[in-house]
Design a binder for this molecule. Structure first.
Ligand SMILES: C[S@@+](CC[C@H](N)C(=O)[O-])C[C@H]1O[C@@H](n2cnc3c(N)ncnc32)[C@H](O)[C@@H]1O
Length: 284
């Protein structure tokens, strides 16, 4: 049966069903699902319910909430209900700012640089940060073997699995600078695998941004968090960003997505001037 035929056969997602699913997604992930995303939720649930043999949303909801089996199912479902779109060097203005910052930071500071991609999805952002740092150290004539590390975190186990594989289709790299592709990927003409030199600098681990207070991440030189908070309520965004800011080392840089946080200030942070990037420096 095609997905279209399947969705037609499933009962409507009633207001009540929609609202219990909305609450679950917000409680566990922070995601706020507005009315416009109702059909997206219905389709995502419907496809998964069909795979498991459920024919109503409430029974499936109860299953997901219950016990270890429910937890395993929930982890599978996260992948279906979150937006994981990403690209290498997705936001050029933000990467330019990151590059200039790292250039200065590497000169000022001899300790290893620590970078963090929050909500890294399938890894492109974290690998881009690693390539950017390697390029910067090279350009600067600094020792490219100088130590630095990028941590990529996400709540989706499947996305993290793909990130750790570090293999991408040619479509995923087609808009990248060709020199970078040649330098940092192995290819058999069809797929592109991130080279060891880059992978060696990056690690991926699971972290729900609602549980940041439990994470050991600290003393970061650069925190990069884009296109994650847009799905959250404003008060939650501010809370998460404050928590991220706390994890910056003095002089560290926090880069967010444009417009993702407004009316937000912390005494220890200074907004980096510029309209194309939303970024803050932590006072030294
Ligand atoms: C649109 S992608 C953004 C990827 C990358 N940051 C970029 O800008 O290209 C959003 C990512 O946020 C992750 N995400 C959603 N809710 C999350 C949460 N509560 N904790 C951690 N990651 C979350 C999703 O799994 C997804 O991979």
């Amino acid at each position: 049966m095609t997905d279209h035929a399947l969705i037609k056969r499933l009962p409507e997602l009633s207001d009540r069903d929609f609202s219990i699913w909305q609450e679950l997604l917000e409680e566990r992930l922070g995601l706020q699902l507005p009315e416009q995303r109702r059909s997206f939720l219905k389709t995502s649930l419907a496809i998964r319910m069909r795979e498991l043999g459920y024919d109503n949303y409430l029974d499936y909801y109860r299953y997901v909430r219950k016990g270890d089996a429910g937890l395993i199912e929930w982890n599978m479902l996260i992948d279906r209900v979150t937006v994981q779109e990403t690209r290498f060097y997705r936001d050029p203005a933000a990467f330019t700012l990151a590059r200039d910052f790292l250039h200065k930071r590497a000169r000022e500071n001899q300790r290893p640089l620590a970078l963090w991609s929050v909500g890294c999805s399938t890894g492109e952002e974290a690998y881009s940060l690693a390539m950017l740092t390697l390029e910067e150290l090279r350009r600067d004539g600094a020792n490219p073997q100088r130590r630095f590390g990028v941590t990529g975190t996400d709540v989706s186990l499947q996305a993290l699995e793909a990130a750790r594989r570090g293999s991408y289709s040619s479509r995923r790299v087609e808009n990248m600078d060709k020199r970078l592709v040649e330098r940092y990927f192995d290819t058999d003409g069809l797929g592109y695998a991130v080279k060891f030199e880059v992978r060696d600098r990056v690690c991926f681990t699971r972290l729900n941004v609602l549980e940041l207070s439990r994470s050991p991440m600290k003393d970061l030189d650069l925190i990069y968090c884009q296109n994650v908070l847009i799905y959250f309520r404003k008060w939650r965004r501010k809370e998460i960003v404050s928590e991220l800011a706390r994890r910056l080392a003095p002089g560290g840089l926090l880069i967010l997505g444009l417009g993702e946080v407004v009316d937000w200030k912390l005494p220890e942070l200074t907004r980096v001037p510029g309209e194309r990037v939303l970024a803050y420096l932590k006072r030294k």
